[in-house]
Design a protein around this ligand. Structure first.
Ligand SMILES: [Zn+2]
Length: 288
């Protein structure tokens, strides 16, 4: 039994039903029968590499796996029912496309990427389509949420896969994405405005009214509030604050108001994410 048949029921079936006698004479190379597959050369090459040399060749500690390779392995291990490879590679996908609030929040605080997967935000388009094909509905909301942050031009034109083919969202998913982006903009705008609302009864009195409003406005200006999308400005605003100990920048009352506002924003957003994206997940767990 060959390496492929040993690993996969599907390969075994393919070889058994396509005995040399049944195979068209034209489908022979150097006298060997050829079984055509639908997969790209890129994807198949990486799958063969894993089957012959082991998955560890791609999983060296401290060396992130390229998203294009990871996606190829998820796609083909799913198609060929290579259960072990599928479980491990899907586990790596879940590092980014997670259904866990804390993992999502941790990634949200950074710009892009993780230490285990080398990925760009635009790869979320391919990930979204792939995760849906593989029957992982609970991983779809975060994948489409990341798509919401992509430029419209990228969403409309699609993104090239590692094998050179073009990956786009379906029209219905594109609609979901654009509609959700409007909702997210409104929610981010409300959070951005709240930072400057010193009259909010939920806010403790500012302890440095002569400096806090000016400081917060300056940071808002640096973050691009009013000149870029509310979502992007909110990200940059809180990144700037996170990089400086906030108690140094603003008084403790304002610091705790801004921090708790962001925490509540994320918890509410997480709870509502499947609904905002119109991707219901019955097993969705609220922020914990
Ligand atoms: Zn203050």
């Amino acid at each position: 039994m060959g390496v492929l048949s040993r690993h996969s029921e599907t390969f075994r079936g393919l070889f058994n039903t396509s005995r040399p006698a049944d195979v068209d004479a034209e489908l022979k190379v150097d006298g060997c029968p050829v079984i055509p597959v639908q997969d790209s050369a890129h994807d198949f090459k990486h799958l063969l590499h894993v089957l012959y040399d082991g998955l560890d060749t791609y999983l060296e500690p401290g060396k992130p796996i390229e998203f294009g390779i990871l996606a190829a392995l998820v796609r083909l291990s799913y198609n060929y029912q290579l259960d072990r490879i599928f479980a491990i590679t899907l586990g790596l996908m879940k590092v980014v496309f997670t259904d866990d609030f804390q993992a999502w929040r941790a990634r949200e605080n950074k710009t892009e990427g993780t230490t285990r997967v080398k990925i760009k935000d635009k790869n979320a388009i391919e990930a979204f389509n792939l995760l849906r094909t593989c029957g992982q509905p609970e991983l779809l909301p975060v994948a489409l949420y990341i798509c919401c942050g992509l430029e419209t031009r990228v969403l409309l034109r699609g993104v090239e896969r590692a094998d050179g083919s073009l990956e786009k969202l379906r029209d219905s998913d594109l609609e979901r994405c654009l509609a959700a982006r409007d909702v997210l903009e409104l929610q981010n705008a409300a959070l951005n405005r709240s930072v400057f609302d010193f009259a909010d009864p939920a806010r403790q009195a500012c302890l440095a009214p002569s400096t806090c409003p000016v400081t917060l406005h300056n940071i808002g200006h640096m973050a691009g509030l009013g000149t870029k999308s509310e979502t992007e400005a909110r990200r940059v605003f809180h990144r700037i604050l996170a990089e400086t100990p906030m108690s140094v920048v603003v008084c403790s009352s304002c610091a705790s108001f801004v921090t708790s506002g962001l925490t509540m924003f994320y918890e509410n957003l997480w709870r509502d994410l499947p609904r905002i994206l119109d991707l219901p997940v019955p097993t969705w767990l609220p922020a914990a």
